[in-house]
Design a protein around this ligand. Structure first.
Ligand code: NAD
Length: 358
């Protein structure tokens, strides 16, 4: 059956990088991949089109699609808008409306780019970690929350860390399934020595583990996990953690690779439907100049094929094509170095398509 893909370019460099990812999808469609793509505005573009960062038609399209390809949202011109209609609300709205609770952020360091990391090449070369972050619960959403005034007149800020068993179970299953497709090693990160909520997290992870006897489950406190990520990151295969811990650890892991323009992400619901996007923003400083790196978006397409469209072989081919292009010494400005050939956004997309076809 034809799979529907919603293409939401967004703002800034979004349209440029998404155009290159669409080239890759068109190439695979020409080979027989049964997909249908429809484009719609989101973020600042959504606001300009309809007064809402997540226009009703865009949400309807996202809901009826099997997967969503998103560029990035945001830009200087919308920064003074009321917070309720800022571009970022479009993204948050999609995550909430589609119940995309499982956020997958790989941190991969291509051997060709080992020098881009601030860590020693031997520590990070060949790095390949997948961080699974719970995205719709935890302290970012827990009630009660706010700032109150105490009897003595002093103000007090408060938030609530809350996870139900079912929320932990579903992110647990998501992470174990991913571990099954990779190295079968899962590290669950918590603070069970201090926070009762994550004591329950640990208990539920142990329970879920019984369904995946082939996966080795390990628990680690978040402070140690942060330390281990910069000390010896290659010990990790898949990590699963709460919304806030995942927010912090995934940025830390991403920066181990040193190249923001190379990292894709996926946010999945319980049925494998997902939204796929680069981890970087809309980079308004370089928008419209044909210098942005489209590889993170192209690699997001690979994740889409693997996790939502069940086309792992095609996903492997895209990832291999990216390696071939890097082996040829082709680089966009953000990953350029001595002796390499600097090319633009559209040339990079063309090079990946050519490598795919080879
Ligand atoms: P950013 O990720 O857009 O840019 C940070 C730096 O990295 C910039 O110097 C930029 O030029 C560079 N960069 C980013 N992507 C690149 C690419 N593909 N190729 C080459 N260089 C790249 O972060 P920022 O500057 O903090 O935010 C800019 C806008 O993006 C803001 O409006 C912010 O709210 C928004 N934003 C959106 C998302 C999203 O849509 N998921 C995420 C983060 C930030």
């Amino acid at each position: 059956m034809t799979k529907k893909i919603a293409v939401l370019p967004g703002d800034g460099i979004g349209p440029e990088i998404v155009a290159e990812a669409v080239k890759v999808l068109e190439c695979l469609r020409a080979e027989g991949l049964d997909i249908e793509m429809s484009e719609a505005p989101v973020g600042g573009a959504g606001y300009e089109a309809s007064g809402k960062p997540l226009p009703d038609d865009t949400l309807a399209l996202a809901k009826e699609s099997d997967a969503i390809l998103l560029g990035a949202v945001g830009g200087y011109q919308w920064e003074s808008l009321d917070i309720s209609v800022r571009p970022e609300k479009g993204l948050l709205g999609l995550r909430a409306e589609l119940e995309l609770f499982s956020n997958l952020r790989p941190a991969i360091l291509y051997k060709q780019l080992a020098d881009a990391s601030t860590l020693k090449p031997e520590v990070v070369s060949g790095l390949d970690i997948m961080i699974v972050r719970e995205l719709t619960g935890g302290i970012y959403f827990g009630q009660p929350r706010g700032i109150r005034t105490l009897d003595n007149g002093e103000k007090q800020g408060f938030n609530t860390l809350v996870y139900s068993e079912s929320e932990i179970e579903r992110i647990g299953h998501s992470a174990f399934k991913i571990a099954m497709k990779r190295g079968k090693k899962l590290c669950s990160v918590d603070k069970a020595n201090v926070l009762e909520c994550t004591e329950l997290w640990r208990e539920v992870m142990e329970r879920v583990a019984k369904d995946y006897p082939e996966v080795e489950l390990l628990h680690m406190y978040v402070d140690n996990a942060a330390m281990q990520l910069v000390r010896a990151p290659k010990q990790f295969d898949v990590m699963v953690t709460t919304n806030m811990f995942g927010d912090i650890l995934s940025d830390c892991a991403a920066m181990l690779t040193g190249s923001i323009g190379m990292l894709p992400s996926a946010s999945l619901d319980a049925n494998g439907k997902g939204m796929y996007e680069p981890i970087h923003g809309s980079a308004p400083d370089i928008a419209g100049k044909n210098v942005a790196n489209p590889l993170a978006t192209i690699l997001s397409v690979a994740m889409m094929l693997r996790y939502s469209l069940n086309e792992s072989a095609m996903a492997d081919r895209i990832e291999k094509a990216v390696e071939v292009v890097l082996d040829k010494g082709l680089r966009t400005a953000d990953i350029d170095s001595d002796g390499m050939q600097k090319i633009g956004t559209s040339e990079m997309g063309d090079a990946v398509v050519a490598a795919l076809a080879d």
